[in-house]
Design a protein around this ligand. Structure first.
Ligand SMILES: Cc1cc2nc3c(=O)[nH]c(=O)nc-3n(C[C@H](O)[C@H](O)[C@H](O)COP(=O)(O)OP(=O)(O)OC[C@H]3O[C@@H](n4cnc5c(N)ncnc54)[C@H](O)[C@@H]3O)c2cc1C
Length: 391
């Protein structure tokens, strides 16, 4: 803590994951000075960001998520020019497949939302097109799907690293092993200092970017933030050439089973109930068996491909009640800004959310996009955006 600006900083960002790093970078790029990022971890990537698989898509079912993705995609395409680094964006495509008519209807509804919000590269696909896009799938059960060629993959830790380095070049300081244990409030409910075990930092602005732990941080300021952790597990095969590296991310609309190839292995995901301890990130062997069975039934080339149990991992989504991010000023605390609750889409939306939050802090309102749908008080106002089960 000795390295901090005289025990004070104009802005303290709590959490140095991809969201905190993006917010810090965008604030500094807009001219903010004395920005400090505090993270309790020993280094970058210890939270959810280091456990994300790295999918990117515009194929969502709500207008605000589609628009966040389009803004993020624009920024990913000029990421190197903006940050000097590589975000690893590979437009390998996202293929959604339906096994029933209601599932296909839900995909068509989402497609209509995408088109109404500026997506011109997503399309409905029939059985033959699905077979051409992913020949490994068993097609007998499939009734159709949707596809966007410019969806695909990004590299979560590279994005975090690039924003961190770019922010540091602009004077932002990242302090690791710096847990925030309290927030001191002053007149009008404003936060006047951030407390850590090694002392206080006086500040004018605080940003909560604490991922799945965001509710704990908000509670220090008396804010009841509805963000809860949800365990997501990833089963990983041994290195294999059974599926091509160019295979699009493929998602089953019915149960959310999805798979992709990353670094020569196949990653298998299937939503499952959370663990008894909501912050537990252990991998459940019975779940690995279940997802492997689902994969082998649906993708015949995987029938003889083994799972490498030591390579499997789990992490935490940061769920909000409606599955959308919570962005803006915390109710009752005028200088506490929230960049929380991305609900499993935080890496892909980080470029957009960082820019938008910087605008809210510096200009008083988001300029690049109308983020009214994400306002923190929407839950009490009954104005939450609609989300379909998976999209
Ligand atoms: C298995 C899995 C797959 C995923 N796949 C994708 C995907 O394909 N695409 C996508 O966009 N997203 C994906 N996600 C979601 C994505 O990982 C998150 O949305 C994103 O990483 C959230 O970033 P963050 O910066 O808010 O949180 P984090 O990366 O968790 O960062 C929060 C930081 O806050 C710090 N912190 C917490 N409490 C305190 C405190 N009191 N004091 C100081 N520091 C504190 C933590 O140490 C941590 O470093 C996936 C997640 C999982 C688990």
């Amino acid at each position: 803590m000795a390295s901090l600006v005289n025990g004070s900083a104009a802005v303290v960002v709590i959490g140095g994951g991809v969201i905190g790093a993006s917010v810090a970078y965008h604030l500094a790029a807009r001219g903010a000075r004395e920005v400090v990022v505090l993270d309790r971890a020993p280094g970058p990537g210890d939270g959810s960001t280091g456990r994300a698989t790295g999918g990117f898509r515009v194929q969502f079912g709500s207008a605000i998520d589609v628009r966040l993705s389009l803004l993020a995609r624009e920024k990913l395409r000029r990421f190197a020019a903006e940050t000097g680094g590589d975000c690893g964006y590979v437009p390998a495509g996202y293929l959604w497949v339906a096994e029933t008519a209601p599932q296909l209807a839900a995909l068509r509804d989402a497609l209509a939302v995408q088109r109404a919000n500026g997506v011109d590269d997503a399309t409905e696909v029939d059985g033959d097109a699905i077979g051409a896009l992913n020949p490994a799938l068993r097609r007998e059960q499939l009734v159709g799907g949707t596809y966007c060629a410019n969806d695909g993959f990004i590299r979560p830790l590279q994005i975090l690293d690039c924003y961190r380095r770019a922010a540091e070049r602009l004077g932002v300081r990242f302090a690791w092993e710096s847990e925030v244990v309290g927030l001191t409030r002053g007149r009008g409910g404003r936060i006047v200092a951030v407390r850590t075990p090694r002392g206080e930092i006086a500040t004018e602005v605080v940003v909560n970017a604490a991922g799945p732990w965001a509710a704990h941080v908000a509670a220090f300021a008396g804010v009841d933030l509805p963000v809860v952790p949800l365990r997501r597990q990833v089963a990983v095969t041994v290195p294999t050439g059974a599926l091509p590296a160019t295979m699009p991310m493929t998602i089953f609309a019915g149960d959310g089973f999805h798979l992709r190839v990353r670094d020569g292995r196949v990653l298998l995901l299937l939503p499952s109930p959370g663990a008894a301890d909501p912050f537990d990130v252990g991998v459940d062997a019975a779940w690995v068996d279940a997802v492997t069975g689902v994969a082998r039934a649906r993708i015949p080339p995987l029938r003889d491909v083994a799972i490498e149990h030591d390579a499997c991992w789990a992490g935490l989504y940061e769920m909000s009640p409606d599955g959308h991010a919570i962005v803006g000023v915390a109710p009752g605390v005028p200088n506490l800004y929230l960049a929380n609750g991305s609900s499993g889409h935080g890496v892909m939306h980080a470029p957009a959310l960082g820019q938008l939050l910087a605008e809210i802090v510096l200009d008083g309102a988001a300029r690049s996009l109308d983020v009214t749908a994400l306002r923190p008080d929407r839950f009490t106002l009954g104005a939450a955006p609609r989300r379909t089960e998976l999209l």
